[in-house]
Design a protein around this ligand. Structure first.
Ligand code: C2E
Ligand code: MG
Ligand code: MG
Ligand code: MG
Length: 276
């Protein structure tokens, strides 16, 4: 079930963390210097157009290879980055990097492909969030439509604040998606109040499609609701063909998952998708 799946993952991460970092304070200390020491990198995972199996866009996912303790997963370090406030500097760095790739790709004549960036609640709520995005877009002369920000329901706690930030983003022309849709506790009424473009169905629903009729019903409902609201819908965590077939049958336009590609280093992405 979804619950067991989540719990075993949690245990796995915890054990790995105990092995890698003796405590969170030490992890935070290392994370503080991760940018400076060039330990952070970005992997890109293709988001497929399910109607023709072509790449529609990419999602940027952060990777941390610490000089002393090795690879640390986002599930381990993002919460530490968020709690310490370091996520703001790291998040700014990611947006800047992604815009830099876009400039480089454009100069090399590659076809334009949108990149989605995960935004944590602290970063989203920083007063100058939209302005920083604007500055990075201008610095590298990137079309705003080539950037997507992924937020979760946990960023949307204050209605007025959320409307104001999302309106700024809308005005800039960047896309906004709701990540991990279906796992939060928000009222669905935000979908009519907020200028959102895309819904990403959480991978926990996709993982158990065949095993659980309720998941099927929920996925069908999310897809049809998205269509009726004029929103794009993306399925996360597609691992096998039967999941892909199910999603296509119910007109889910886009999907990402190991069936198509794992998140890959940017150079690999360029070699595989732009250079041939
Ligand atoms: P997310 O944004 O929901 O990203 C999807 C996660 O699912 C990624 O894990 C991705 O590698 C993984 N995934 C993709 N396809 C499949 C699949 O077919 N099966 C399975 N089991 N997993 C799949 P990752 O990279 O470990 O990231 C985990 C979470 O950490 C992300 O969830 C996101 O919430 C957070 N995160 C990652 N990078 C960033 C970042 O740059 N900034 C922020 N604020 N959060 C990030
Ligand atoms: Mg995401
Ligand atoms: Mg997600
Ligand atoms: Mg997630």
């Amino acid at each position: 079930t979804v619950k067991e799946h989540g719990r075993s993952h949690h245990r796995y991460y915890r054990e790995e963390m105990r092995h890698a970092f003796p405590n969170e304070a030490l992890m935070e200390a290392h994370l503080r210097r991760a940018i400076e020491f060039n330990e952070l990198s970005i992997h890109l995972q293709p988001q497929m157009d399910l109607t023709n199996n072509r790449i529609d866009s990419f999602e940027a996912l952060l990777r941390w290879n610490n000089r002393k303790f090795g690879f640390v997963t986002p599930a381990q370090f993002i919460p530490i980055a968020e709690a310490s406030g370091l996520i703001v500097e790291i998040g700014d760095w990611i947006i800047d990097e992604v815009c830099r790739y876009q400039q480089e790709w454009r100069m090399k004549g590659y076809r334009p492909v949108r990149i989605a960036v995960n935004i944590s609640p602290t970063q989203f709520r920083k007063e100058d969030f939209a302005n920083k995005i604007k500055a990075s877009l201008e610095k590298y002369n990137v079309l705003p439509g080539l950037l997507e920000v992924e937020i979760t329901e946990s960023s949307m706690t204050n209605v007025h604040e959320t409307i104001s930030i999302l309106s700024e983003l809308k005005q800039l022309g960047v896309y906004v998606s709701v990540d991990d849709f279906g796992t939060g506790y928000s009222s669905l009424s935000y979908l009519k109040r907020y200028p959102i473009d895309i819904i990403k169905i959480d991978q926990s629903f996709i993982a158990d499609i065949e095993k659980d009729d309720k998941n099927e019903a929920i996925i069908k409902a999310i897809i049809s609701m998205s269509h009726n609201l004029g929103l794009e819908v993306v399925a996360e965590g597609i691992e096998d063909l039967s999941q892909a077939d199910f999603l296509k049958r119910y007109q889910c336009q886009k999907g990402q998952g190991y069936l198509y590609n794992k998140p890959l280093p940017v150079d690999t992405i360029v070699e595989q998708y732009f250079l041939n």
